[in-house]
Design a protein. Structure first.
Ligand code: S3P
Length: 429
């Protein structure tokens, strides 16, 4: 098990790019594979999660070439996938497992999906239940809630589904099944979750239509291969946004970041806390808005976070907790129960780790309260196998009075290969 130790920083300065967006990279492989003709992908994230998706589609007969810069996917149309000869391993990636389950429910073959010990413990009933209503036939452990999942491909029929959770994975799994279903498939959600599937499916020529509170897709329409440029991942930029905010005398330019409004909760939250962040050179790439982010150190104050802001910042809460620990006053996070079923229970993990760093934290069922302080204490903490917990605690170490050691950091490679090296490049001590 690898550990990393981080020393306090004096400043963070320079100009960086971060790897491509994880959600968009997954979708580029999936949609490119079932489109007709070639899809090229620039800026693809070569993290372990996305490579799990890539390998799954190769195992279903799709040719995918990678010259190190551009990925070329030889799409075979809606019914071009072939039965995989072995179990498909999604590793740590919930997006791979949930979206691929939706896609495989309507195939004319049998398949089995598994993942690592963390993924095998995450809830899958949330996708299996609606897919079953469409006519899908999916078996799993724990009464059908946990992987490994066995999928017997079936003819599907469109449904109108109201999801209890605002989850892009649930929404996307149903939309992918909807491409194969008869009639129309409609998904409503309590708050809008990330809409990359809707945007990219339209880009590929699917009959997708969004309306207040939901989205619908018509089944049976073939997709056409496209050129995709993946923007930098705002969820990866978030670690640097917080780092440059909490370390004094910092100024950092982060180029080419996706600023899809369903993902920019982190910007709204940090700016509401008093952070100094500017969006420069706004532009568009493959139907997604992009900008350069200029961040300078700032004095933060505690705020209340809940409601529809939560899905817009869902992956950023671990690092938001770090920002809150160094803010003046109290930060309250609520309506964030979903954090308990991420790669780990992120409420419990961050509460325990911040307490080790000397912070006053009260854990609640759907969030936590954090009382900010001037400086954290050096400590030894555990990532619990969760990449975002590992990176957040390394960022915390930049503003501690002594070294912070994070155990079990291999998981960082799932979403952000090269994170520690990039951070060291811009830190001055
Ligand atoms: C993702 C959706 C979110 C997010 C995950 C990626 C996606 O999960 O946490 O990292 O690519 O659709 P939920 O749909 O479970 O909220």
């Amino acid at each position: 098990m690898l550990s990393l130790t981080i020393q306090p920083a004096r400043s963070i300065r320079g100009e960086i790019t971060v790897p491509g967006d994880k959600s968009i990279s997954h979708r580029a492989i999936m949609f490119g594979s079932i489109a007709q003709g070639v899809t090229t992908v620039r800026g693809f994230l070569r993290g372990e999660d996305n490579l799990a998706t890539l390998n799954a589609f190769r195992a279903m007969g799709i040719g995918i070439e990678d010259d190190g810069e551009i990925l070329r996917i030889g799409g075979k149309g809606l019914h071009g996938l072939t039965e995989p000869a072995d179990v498909l391993d999604c590793g740590n990636s919930g997006t791979s497992m949930r979206l691929i389950t939706g896609l495989l429910a309507g195939q004319r073959f049998f398949s089995v999906l598994t993942g690592d010990r963390y993924l095998r413990n995450r809830p899958m009933g949330r996708v299996i239940e609606p897919l079953s209503r469409m006519g899908g036939c999916i078996y799993g452990r724990a009464g059908g809630d946990k992987a490994p999942l066995a999928i017997v491909g079936k003819e599907l029929a469109g449904i109108a589904y109201s999801s209890k959770v605002a989850s892009a994975q649930v929404k996307s799994a149903i939309l992918l099944a909807g491409l194969y279903a008869s009639g129309e498939t409609e998904v409503r959600e309590p708050h809008l979750s990330r809409d990359h599937s809707e945007r990219m499916l339209s880009h590929f020529g699917a009959a997708v239509e969004t309306f207040g509170g939901g989205v619908r897709v018509a089944g049976g329409r073939e997709l056409t291969g496209r050129e995709i440029t993946v923007p930098g991942d705002i969820s990866s930029a978030a670690f640097f946004l917080v780092a440059a905010t909490i370390v004094p005398a910092s100024e950092l330019l982060i180029r080419g970041i996706g600023i899809n409004p369903t993902r920019t909760g982190i910007l709204d939250i940090l700016i509401a806390m008093g952070a100094d962040i500017e969006l420069l050179d706004r532009r568009e790439a493959s139907g997604e808005p992009v900008a350069d982010l200029l961040v300078r150190s700032g004095r933060l104050k505690g705020i209340e976070i809940g409601g529809d802001l939560v899905p817009r910042a869902i992956d950023e809460f671990p690092v938001i907790c770090v920002a809150a620990s160094l803010a003046e006053g109290r930060t309250v996070i609520r309506d964030a129960r979903e954090l308990r079923v991420k790669e780990t229970d992120r409420i419990a993990a961050m509460a325990a780790n911040l307490v080790s760093a000397g912070v006053e934290v009260v854990e609640t069922e759907d969030g936590m309260e954090i009382i900010g302080c001037e400086r954290l204490q050096g400590c030894v903490v555990d990532s619990r196998g969760d990449h975002r917990i590992a990176m957040s605690m390394l960022v915390a170490g930049l503003r501690a009075s002594g070294p912070v050691t994070v155990n079990d950091v291999e998981c960082i490679a799932t979403s952000f290969p090269g994170f520690a090296e990039l951070l060291e490049k811009v830190v001055a001590r």
